[in-house]
Design a protein around this ligand. Structure first.
Ligand code: BGC
Length: 732
């Protein structure tokens, strides 16, 4: 380990000797004023065609026309990942009349060359510093390849695991979501790429979890639940916003003047630009609010969409719309101004082109891989560990590793930056081999033809081999078409034939440890009753299997926590911790209370939950004052003890409830958390600052209200936290 750290340090020095990536941030004061003057001057020189060109975003692949770059008709490109190709488009800009640099965008959603866990699997770490670092390296590697804009962070709050894009966000909670959104924004921009906070807004609430479907969100919920992560990303300095595919309360987000212009720019003062999603401007026709692409372009621009991603609607129609006077030149100029503003603040004017020779050496540095490893470790959640079956005991002399996922050809990735160094992924059996004593026999059987788990390859041989070992480690989950965009599901079990295999493995009578790499919380009710342990990851990236082996063998004490409730059955969805009370609270024996005939109300694994090889206890909650005014704050503290036999990290969480207010308020709301390292037997005092201003809620007109009255405070290691304190909010 020491050697590894020294190597990491040396590589870090090497990396810093290489061309530095410029951190990206909004300029202020005189610098910002000077930029506005330069934009004025540039706008005066631009033709109508060149102005429209700045709003046209086209992508690598069929139909990409590099001549549009030369003629000043394209302001942004996407999906160029190979530095020599990036250089080619940068050179084409130099042949254009005004030589306005290109914005070069990419979904570096969870990494560029080094892959970190998918965002949901980073949120599980509840460690904003670590999440920021993962974003930093993602941004830094992308920037080294010439990319200057990423379509991340995705901050959609989702309470419906049927939605396949669940794994791109931070889960169900507004506070956790906001903290993660800010951390990711800071990290990417520090690494040198402008961020795009997306998808504005309501995409995570698509009805029935079906991708691209409509979202109906009451104003109070929109402001209290869905908007806070966007606000947090803006406050952290995000330079661009992406509109969502869905309609929000009947208005397609791509033409939502109320959200894009009144709220985002008016109320929140956002100065960057807004891009559409992929082709979402022309989709306004399918949404039924535009007769043709020209009308779609007009409606989108006037609502507040500055850039047309892959739609060609602006490119083809906007100039005409301006010429005939349906779009005022002023509106076009404003959109162009916002795009140029980002280009100036990003520092693109005068920046040297990408250096393809330098790029490869900045990829997958030891330092980045160390962060990837730690993120994968902290991101995995131990959901179950019956009889402390994990870490693997000394008495275990043979282990069967089952499942094609344990030996991947590559980790699940969003965009594969071809040609920038092969990711070397350690197969799980190899990682275990390195960590278990030599006399422990390890057998591996893929059991399935592919990671998807849809087809068997020698099922019987796998079960037979497993039956002859002391411990079965089955790595399964969702892969292939089951994950990501357009991967909504109605059944939330293990896809394909994996459940069948799991049952056969359990039937051997040998203890089964289920290691999951999924896109969302699955329904694990059967597994929770039949397997000995469950270790959940959301596709952990380049170092996933090394991290899993570290946890299974006890080299790392798991510390991940659930960012999104695991339902007991699909029928419970949406199930989330911060529900409102009902007039007939759950009383299992009482027919006319808010219950199901055939299922409990509680999720299987609640928000905030996660096991450790240690045990943590909470005691002695204190509040610095019995009351506070509406503009005041108190300090809440609690003693946390590691009562277990190992050092470990605990995520101390603070929830509040306002039992009486003018609006019905959630039964619990997360207001703070902190990850603490505690040695075996150690006790630490954890402190939270609780500001009255953060204890209010929005009413149905979008007005934020903080009311006097009692506030209950709950402290503990999950949303079921039981240690209680209270404080009174007073008028003065
Ligand atoms: C997704 C966006 C993504 C874009 C570009 C769309 O389909 O919704 O999140 O950034 O494609 O790849």
């Amino acid at each position: 380990m020491a050697l590894r750290l020294v190597a990491a340090f040396l590589l870090l020095c090497l990396a810093s000797a290489a061309p530095a990536q410029q951190a990206v941030s909004w300029k202020t004061g005189r610098e910002a004023q000077a930029i506005e003057r330069r934009i004025d001057a540039l706008l005066r020189r631009m033709t109508l065609k060149e102005k429209v060109g700045q709003l046209h975003l086209s992508g690598r692949g069929e139909g990409f026309d590099i001549d549009q770059v030369r003629s000043g008709e394209m302001g942004a490109v996407m999906n160029f990942v190979v530095p020599t190709e990036v250089l080619a488009v940068q050179k084409a800009v130099r042949e254009s009349r005004l030589k306005i640099p290109l914005i070069i965008g990419l979904d570096a959603v969870h990494g560029f060359s080094t892959y970190f866990p998918f965002p949901l699997g980073q949120a599980t770490s509840w460690n904003p510093e670590l999440i920021e670092q993962a974003a930093y390296w993602s941004g830094r590697e992308a920037a080294a390849a010439g990319i200057n804009w990423t379509f991340a962070p995705m901050v959609d709050i989702t309470r419906d695991p049927r939605w396949g894009r669940t794994l791109e966000g931070a889960g169900e909670d507004a506070h956790l979501g906001a903290v993660v959104a800010a951390a990711r924004t800071r990290g990417y921009q520090r690494g040198g790429v402008a961020t795009t906070v997306k998808h504005f807004v309501g995409y995570g609430a698509v009805e029935a979890g079906r991708d691209y479907n409509t979202a109906w969100i009451p104003t109070s919920q929109l402001f209290d639940v869905h908007l806070p992560p966007f606000k947090a990303s803006l406050e952290a300095g995000t330079m661009t916003v992406m509109a969502a595919f869905n309609a929000l309360n009947g208005v397609p987000a791509t033409a939502h003047h109320g959200m894009l212009t009144d709220l985002l720019r008016g109320r929140w003062g956002f100065r960057g630009f807004v891009t559409s999603d992929f082709g979402s401007i022309t989709e306004l026709r399918q949404h039924g609010i535009a007769r043709d692409d020209a009308e779609a372009a007009r409606k989108a621009l006037l609502a507040g969409i500055d850039m047309d991603m892959m739609g060609d609607a602006y490119h083809k129609h906007l100039a005409d719309e301006v010429r005939v006077g349906r779009v005022p030149m002023r509106a076009l100029d404003e959109a162009v101004r916002r795009v140029l503003r980002v280009k100036f603040h990003l520092g693109l004017f005068g920046r040297p082109d990408v250096d393809p020779a330098a790029a490869p050496r900045l990829m997958q540095t030891e330092a980045a891989r160390e962060v990837a490893l730690q993120a994968a470790r902290e991101g995995a959640i131990l959901l179950r560990n019956a009889d402390d079956i994990l870490p693997i005991r000394d008495s275990v002399k043979s282990v069967a590793v089952i499942g094609a996922m344990a030996v991947p050809e590559d980790e699940r990735v969003w965009t594969d930056p071809a040609g920038l160094g092969r990711r070397v992924i350690t197969p799980l059996p190899d990682a275990l081999r390195e960590r278990l004593p030599q006399d422990v026999r390890i057998v591996f059987k893929p059991a399935f033809t592919k990671n998807c788990g849809t087809e068997f390859a020698e099922k019987e041989a796998a079960v037979r081999a497993a039956a002859e070992t002391d411990l079965i480690i089955a790595m399964m989950g969702e892969d292939c078409t089951f994950i990501g965009e357009a991967a909504s599901r109605t059944k939330l079990g293990l896809p394909g034939v994996q459940q069948e295999l799991l049952e056969a493995l359990v039937a051997t009578g040998k203890p089964v440890v289920l290691v999951l790499a999924t896109a969302r919380p699955l329904v694990l009710t059967w597994a929770s009753e039949h397997v000995a342990a469950i270790l959940q990851s959301f596709h952990g990236g380049t170092e996933a299997r090394t991290a899993i082996a570290d946890i299974l063998t006890g080299r790392y004490n798991p510390s991940g926590r659930v960012p999104m409730s695991f339902p007991r059955s699909v029928g419970q969805v949406p199930v989330y911790y911060s529900q409102l009370p009902t007039g007939r609270p759950e009383r299992p024996q009482e027919r006319y209370s808010s219950i199901y005939m055939d299922e409990l109300n509680e999720p299987l694994y609640p928000f905030g939950y996660g096991l450790s090889y240690s045990r943590f206890s909470y005691a002695d909650p204190r509040v610095s004052a019995a009351s506070m005014p509406l503009d005041g704050a108190v300090e809440v503290s609690v003693d946390v003890t590691n009562a277990g036999p190992r050092d470990g990290q605990e995520v101390a969480q603070l929830y509040i409830r306002k039992p009486v207010a003018s609006l019905s308020r959630p039964l619990r709301e997360l207001k703070g958390f902190t990850k603490v390292m505690l040695k075996a037997g150690e006790r630490k005092t954890v402190r939270f600052r609780l500001e009255a201003a953060r204890l209010g809620a929005h009413d149905d007109s979008g007005r934020y209200v903080v009311e006097p009255g009692e506030v209950e405070i709950y402290l503990g290691g999950s949303s079921r936290a039981a240690v209680k304190a209270q404080v009174r909010l007073t008028k003065s």
